[in-house]
Write a protein that binds this ligand. Structure first.
Ligand code: SF4
Length: 378
């Protein structure tokens, strides 16, 4: 029996934040058509993998909490009737504070969502304004309190550091406030400027000055220090969890497990093949409405070099790093020969122990550059 982790992309947002490069749409009029199309896509995948077992389900986006509770119920019902979802499966939903009334949270809990990932991003009003988030500080605080009251005992909070006007001190205050809610999990991302975002235009037009890299590094190291002191395990570059509360779904990506991605733009991986869906809500609905084909845009089989590249990028994200024997097996290579140069060049940021190679805290901060060094040695 194949085990899968299932991702469902809900692309709707009330407005698009300046830094966002996910596939999102503000067109509410497609919500019902999308829900119907999603039930069809679930059915088609269940036919393709009739003995599949789902270990995790993750509603990401977009803003899944923006979709009305009835639509989410329809999708959950279809999942339960089509797939074997394991007992105690982790079922996560990403949510924005402004969509989280107590009633909405109760209905999410009632349909079986057992983990909530709340996009707080900051406990500072000025940061939320800069990021053009659609919620305010009061809503951020209330959403966590309401989620607890509605019965959520597995809550993750997202925060962003490296904002232009942020200081080390205001960032520390952010973390302190997050800790006061004692969430089971905290994800901390460095603000990045992605191409084709409004933020990227603002930077080009010199309307915003980016944060100094040295200060970003200090913020990153301070985050690790404060969260570890508070009892969180830093198990992946951006992720910290209390013991027993690491994200099972996201960990499955980093472990190279099979996952299916449903919804526009969603990616899947199974049997060394990856594929992704069309990145267009209208096309997505049209394909599923009019036929029995999956809305896949591109599918590719990974060659050995791609498998090694994937392995490096995924495993250097993890606290335990990569397994030397494993990559030697995948690539048919001798680790210390192939990677002699990057190992020498990056030695300050790398720790080798027990047949594994992992990044130090400073190494995590330089993750992209270090991965590029390793991949270019393949
Ligand atoms: S709420 Fe999230 S997904 Fe939606 S636009 Fe903002 S960052 Fe992107």
């Amino acid at each position: 029996m194949s085990e899968f982790n299932l991702y469902i992309h809900i692309p709707f947002c009330e407005r698009v934040c300046i830094y966002c490069d996910f596939y999102v749409t503000t067109a509410r009029k497609y919500m019902d058509g999308f829900t119907q199309a999603m039930t069809k896509e679930i059915t088609l995948y269940a036919q393709r993998y009739p003995d599949a077992k789902l270990r995790t389900v993750y509603f990401g986006g977009g803003t899944p909490s923006y979709l009305p509770a009835e639509n989410l119920t329809t999708i959950m019902n279809q999942l339960r009737s089509s797939f074997n979802i394991v007992q105690n499966a982790e079922i996560t939903l990403e949510a924005n504070p402004n969509n989280l009334s107590y009633e909405k949270l109760k209905s999410l809990r009632d349909i079986g969502i057992n983990r909530l990932s709340i996009g707080v991003q900051s406990f500072k009003e000025e940061d939320l304004k800069f990021l053009t988030r659609n919620h305010n500080l009061k809503q951020a605080r209330e959403s966590i309190t309401y989620a607890r009251a509605a019965g959520f005992d597995n809550i993750s909070i997202d925060l962003i550091f490296g904002l232009p006007e942020q200081t080390l001190s205001t960032w520390e205050q952010n973390i302190t406030e997050a800790l006061a809610f004692s969430p089971e999990h905290i994800s901390v991302y460095n603000l990045t400027v992605e191409e084709r975002t409004h933020l990227s235009k603002m930077v080009q037009q010199k309307k915003v000055d980016l944060q100094d890299e040295q200060i970003e590094l200090e913020m990153f190291l301070k985050t690790i220090q404060l969260l570890m002191q508070a009892g969180y395990e830093h198990y992946e570059i951006s992720n910290y969890g209390k013991s027993g509360f690491h994200s099972r779904h996201n960990s499955s990506y980093w472990q190279g497990s099979s996952y299916l991605g449903l919804g526009p733009s969603a990616h899947s991986f199974h049997d060394q093949r990856r594929w992704w869906n069309v990145r267009d809500i209208k096309k997505y609905i049209e394909i599923l409405e009019t036929g029995n084909t999956l809305p896949v845009d591109v599918m590719e089989a990974l060659n050995v070099q791609q498998q090694c590249t994937e392995y490096i990028f995924l495993n250097l994200r993890k606290k335990e790093g990569l397994d030397i024997g494993e990559i030697e097996k995948i690539g048919g290579l001798i680790f210390f020969d192939t990677f002699k140069n990057p190992l020498e060049k990056c030695k300050e940021f790398i720790i080798g122990e027990n047949g594994r190679v992992r990044l130090s805290d400073k190494g995590f901060f330089l993750y992209n550059k270090i991965c590029e060094e390793f991949v270019s040695a393949l």
